[in-house]
Design a protein around this ligand. Structure first.
Ligand code: ADP
Ligand code: MG
Length: 314
């Protein structure tokens, strides 16, 4: 099995609408939509750092693309295509078949074709770059939150972190509970429809990849505002709700790998109607005083001592 045969077999599919040239030439050629802007984002997944060597390759294929689509969702972009740079230790037919199945299934479902990439031998490493589009001036950014805006979040927070704590041996979960949170960790759903529905409505948005504290913190700094968030309002699964208060807090505030959207809207916006089938919860409000205040039911600050994940912080 040579490099080009591998690419042809596992990654080359007929190019779809909007792709003039896909896999197989020196560059992919994509047709821009009139009046739109390109939105481009890359995310890398490194074995041992972002995933365990034992993870199901089909789920890994899904996740490699999902975390990238989540960035497009956060900007309200429509996916147009992606590239895949792949380093593989060896030719492993079963692994490649599973990986490409998971990857290309999500690509098809999201109408985001694989248009090119690079394949080399080396320690397992996956880097996806996605290309999306949004009408000129309508991309959702981190910088637009204003005093009095409501803060909302999609889905549930913290399940992915709970699954990680189970892998680490810190908690024990029953079979079905573990399967449920493991799915959140290994198979996240990018909130593309929600992101597009928020175009022209949300004042700021971000996807939660490192934890709510850090990611909402990015919005606050970019927007030069502060916020108050109620701990009790943070949406959590029934499985997480059964854990100790301390663990719930850690998973909700600093969990990471959630790939939910946190966004701000002018007060009174009918967010539930915009979101359609996507679950959304109001969690707080934008204030003028800088910083993020997490408060309890009585409105008193919660001293949590937590912060989000950072690759280079001890
Ligand atoms: P070049 O040497 O011109 O950079 P390569 O020989 O690396 O091109 O790749 C040949 C073709 O296969 C190119 O069109 C490239 O985009 C595509 N390709 C390589 N690896 C992958 C991959 N993992 N997934 C999809 N397309 C790939
Ligand atoms: Mg070339």
């Amino acid at each position: 099995m040579g490099e080009f045969e591998l690419i042809r077999r596992f990654f080359q599919r007929p190019a779809g609408a909007g792709v003039d040239v896909g896999v197989g030439d020196d560059c992919a050629v994509l047709a821009p939509t009139r009046g739109s802007r390109w939105l481009v984002s890359s995310d890398m997944l490194v074995e041992g750092r972002h995933f365990l060597s034992t993870v199901d390759p089909q789920r890994l294929g899904h996740k490699a693309l999902a975390v990238n689509l989540s960035d497009l969702a956060a900007c309200g972009a429509t996916p147009r295509g992606f590239t895949l740079a792949l380093a593989l230790p060896r030719y492993d037919e079963a692994w490649l078949a599973g990986f490409s199945r998971g990857l290309l299934a999500l690509a098809e479902q999201s109408e985001c074709p694989l248009v090119g990439g690079d394949t080399t031998q080396g320690p397992l490493n996956l880097c996806v770059t996605v290309f999306g589009e949004a009408p000129n001036g309508q991309a959702l950014l981190r910088s637009g939150a204003r005093l009095g805006d409501e803060i909302w979040v999609s889905g549930w927070l913290g399940d992915a972190r709970l699954a990680l704590e189970m892998f680490r041996g810190r908690v024990t979960l029953g079979g079905t509970d573990f399967d449920a949170v493991r799915l959140a960790l290994e198979c996240p759903t990018p909130r593309l429809e929600l992101g597009r529905a928020l175009r022209g409505v949300a004042t700021a948005a971000i996807d939660i990849s490192d934890g709510l504290l850090g990611d909402l913190g990015h919005v606050l700094r970019a927007s030069r505002v502060g916020a108050r968030v109620r701990l009790d309002d943070l949406p959590r699964s029934p499985v997480l709700a059964q854990q100790t208060q301390l663990l719930q807090r850690e998973c909700l505030l600093a969990g990471g790998d959630d790939y939910e959207l946190v966004f701000t809207v002018p007060p009174g916006t009918d967010v539930a109607a915009l979101a359609g089938a996507t679950p959304v919860t109001r969690i707080g409000v934008i204030e003028s005083e800088p910083g993020l205040r997490v408060v309890d039911a009585a409105g008193e600050p919660v001293a949590h001592g937590l912060r989000s994940f950072d690759h280079f912080m001890p």
